[in-house]
Design a protein around this ligand. Structure first.
Ligand SMILES: [Fe+2]
Ligand SMILES: [Fe+2]
Length: 284
């Protein structure tokens, strides 16, 4: 069992985001901030600038011509996308991305996260969510299990016990096992990290709620999209394998106005889209 002190030190061990990225988040959250302010801050960090331009010019965004300046990128993709690209590179750069830690397979973990990112964005598109907000769904999917990474890396002995317990119990509830073994769970730890990084409120919320979203009304909130995308990845055995239940909560589907058949249609392009989005895992 992890005591409160150990949980806090686990969160403390996660590296802070750079001052540039912290400032970018601040600007993007400020409705009165201008695109120019955002560009000026990013420009202070030439490595980040180069990475963002590389991501924008990847096949995922399908730009008709090469984008060579941040100003053009903001015009074409909006402040929000550029902010989320900066955030993605910064966050991905803070964690080990390849190989294994004990029995925990990083490659499969990130494949799962990418599947959730793409899936959650497909769900948002199907609900005709405002184009400018689509990247919010993507990044929420990418980061939803970030708490797991902190536990695997900074409380590895204890997390190994969770993995053993999961293997021993078919259909086990992951969060319940984590609570029993660790006294906390990866969603709570993830929310603490999101707080430390001062991530925007909807993102923090979706990290905390991705296994139990508060579905309020027919609007597809980010937590509910990540919840559905997460289960879909487990159902299709995409990325990290999972021994827990892969059933959707019918109440959530009903509130979101989705039938299982509709979800299958929404997720049809998933694998092709994931291929296009793979560069996210190489970023940073
Ligand atoms: Fe999770
Ligand atoms: Fe997940």
């Amino acid at each position: 069992m992890l005591d409160q002190q150990k949980i806090l030190s686990c969160v403390d061990s996660v590296p802070s985001l750079s001052p540039t990225v912290t400032k970018i988040i601040q600007i993007a959250n400020d409705s009165t901030a201008s695109a120019n302010e955002l560009i000026q801050v990013i420009k202070l960090d030439p490595v980040l600038t180069a990475k963002i331009l590389k991501m924008i010019n990847s096949v995922y965004y399908g730009m008709p011509q090469q984008v060579v300046s941040l100003a053009r990128a903001v015009v074409l993709l909006g402040i929000n996308t550029v902010k989320n690209l900066a955030l993605s590179t910064a966050v991905l750069g803070n964690f080990k991305k390849k190989g294994k830690i004990g029995e925990f397979n990083m490659n499969l973990f990130w494949e799962h996260c990418l599947g959730c990112a793409v899936g959650s964005k497909l769900l948002a598109k199907s609900k005709k969510v405002n184009k400018l907000l689509l990247e919010e769904y993507f990044i929420a999917g990418l980061l939803h299990d970030i708490g797991k990474l902190a536990l695997v890396q900074f409380a590895c002995e204890e997390y190994a016990k969770v993995m053993i317990a999961m293997e021993g119990e078919a259909g086990a509830n992951e969060l319940c096992i984590e609570e029993a073994v660790l006294g906390t769970n990866h969603a709570k730890v993830g929310e603490m990290i999101a707080g430390k990084w001062r991530l925007p409120a909807p993102l923090r919320e979706s990290i905390l709620e991705h296994h139990h979203p508060k579905a309020t009304g027919a609007a597809l909130n980010i937590s509910a999209a990540v919840y559905i995308a997460n289960i879909n990845c487990h159902r299709k055995n995409f990325g990290m394998s999972y021994s827990g239940s892969c059933e959707y909560d019918p109440l959530i589907l009903e509130k979101m106005n989705f039938s299982e058949a509709e979800l299958d249609t929404v997720f049809l392009p998933l694998e092709d889209e994931i291929q296009l989005a793979r560069f996210f895992l190489e970023a940073a």
